[in-house]
Design a protein around this ligand. Structure first.
Ligand code: ATP
Ligand code: MG
Length: 174
């Protein structure tokens, strides 16, 4: 990993508009494309209803070349995608665990098996899976911002790959 371990494991974006968020996620997508191995990432997204978790995922998947509809997986639990990163293809999974009643559903719904394989995994409401989900590379927290169009977003790195992600994004931290 090229990341300097001394770098802070947290990145804060205050009062970010959706357009500014999309621009930052395009920066992340460029960095992931440069080495498709980097896209084997678990990213969790926490925040209240309407905080912008699905919006974050949509902009990231779009920036990674997903062209079809990107639905919120609130009812389907998980939506599958296929990423084409140069000569490589990689699965992506967008899960929303809001409707989980019991962390045991993680295994019962087949998500444990799915998430054990390679791919980009993006999970809303990760707290509903308890410890079954495992430690994410990046934990994103979204909260209401200065007005309806802005969000305060914090990214926490919890692995070496997560630190490298934050490092890549920090260069775009205007
Ligand atoms: P849920 O917990 O219900 O799944 P969510 O956190 O996934 O909610 P979204 O479905 O992404 O929330 O809804 C966020 C809404 O806020 C979208 O309509 C989005 O366009 C809007 N929005 C406005 N400003 C921003 C911003 N700066 N960042 C993200 N979303 C924003
Ligand atoms: Mg959502």
């Amino acid at each position: 990993m090229t990341s300097d371990p001394a770098l802070p494991a947290r990145l804060r974006w205050a009062a970010l508009t959706e357009d500014a968020l999309a621009a930052r996620l395009r920066t992340l997508a460029r960095w992931l494309r440069a080495d498709p191995q980097r896209a084997n990432l678990l990213i969790t997204l926490q925040g209240d209803l309407g905080a912008g978790k699905t919006t974050f995922v949509r902009h990231l998947l779009r920036a990674l070349g997903v062209t079809g509809r990107i639905k919120s997986p609130t009812f389907a639990l998980v939506e599958p995608y296929e990423l084409t990163l140069g000569a490589h293809t990689l699965p992506a999974w967008h899960a929303d665990l809001y409707r989980f009643d019991d962390p045991r559903e993680w295994t019962e719904a087949g998500l444990a098996e799915l998430f054990a394989g390679p791919g980009l995994k993006l999970v809303e409401w990760p707290e509903r899976a308890g410890v079954a989900l495992g430690r994410p590379d990046v934990a994103v927290r979204l909260a209401a911002g200065a007005d309806d169009e802005r969000r305060d977003i914090e990214l926490h790195a919890l692995s070496p790959l997560g630190l490298a992600v934050l490092d890549a994004l920090r260069h775009d931290d205007a």
